[in-house]
Write a protein that binds this ligand. Structure first.
Ligand SMILES: O=C(O)[C@H](O)[C@@H](O)[C@H](O)[C@H](O)COP(=O)(O)O
Length: 228
């Protein structure tokens, strides 16, 4: 794990946006296109806004999602809505967008459709919850074993989060195996609580913490952008 520590979320977001832009530009230079997967939630907004301002060939970038709530695109909890509002603006408005959910009516149908169009990201930016979930791989999800399976050929799966107010909605999420297949992996977290969760997960592999599986399974170091 490579920890990059910053005094503020704004500084961390700016630094991460520059690192991601550099990776995307390198992928474009190498193969003429780049795929970026970003996470939702509350924290990513400053990062998404800083990334949108980066001067890279956005017309050769496809933006997609690490995970998505199975809700209508105009629902307040839609990650696609978050990306449209804060990333697909300004310079980045010309990027292609590949949502994981079309209308939010049927999770299985949405998964099947997303899996057809899915391409492994060149760059993936993760968040983490205080319960140690990342993507939508929640500690007590009934199919967590499938989501964490190292050799899982599937890129995506449907996750029904355990009954918890913090994680409403059925989700579609990248699997841990697909996270490992991603070209470059970043984790962006803020605050002391999440830092403690991460440090504990790094210190001892915990079967219950998805973030612990990510840290122990990652063949290359995970770049963590943390601010106090
Ligand atoms: O759809 C989601 O909710 C995210 O992809 C999720 O994995 C998020 O990264 C964490 O829950 C942290 O969320 P916050 O940034 O809101 O703490």
């Amino acid at each position: 794990m490579n920890l990059h520590a910053f005094a503020s979320a704004a500084e961390a977001s700016a630094a991460l946006a520059q690192a991601v832009a550099t990776d995307l530009a390198a992928a474009i230079a190498a193969r003429g296109q780049a795929v970026l997967a970003v996470s939702g939630g509350r924290s990513p907004v400053p990062f998404l806004q800083a990334l949108a301002a980066q001067d890279i060939p956005w017309q050769q970038v496809t933006v997609t999602l690490v995970d998505e709530r199975v809700v209508a695109p105009d629902h307040a909890d839609s990650n696609a809505g978050l990306v449209r509002e804060h990333l697909l603006q300004g310079r980045a408005a010309v990027a292609a967008f590949l949502p994981l959910v079309n209308d939010g009516a049927d999770a299985a149908a949405e998964l099947a459709a997303a899996a057809v169009l899915w391409r492994t990201p060149d760059v993936t930016v993760l968040g983490m919850g205080e319960d140690g979930h990342t993507a939508s791989l929640f500690p007590a999800a009934s199919n967590l074993t499938e989501g964490l399976a190292a050799a899982n050929p599937a890129a995506l799966l449907v996750v029904v989060p355990p009954a918890a107010p913090a994680a409403p909605h059925t989700r579609i999420s990248m699997t841990l195996a697909e996270l490992q297949r991603s070209g470059k992996l970043y984790l962006a977290i803020a605050g002391e609580t999440k830092r403690r969760v991460l440090d504990n997960a790094a210190a001892a592999v915990s079967d219950t913490l998805p973030i612990s599986h990510l840290l122990s399974a990652t063949a290359r170091p995970l770049d963590v952008y943390w601010s106090a």
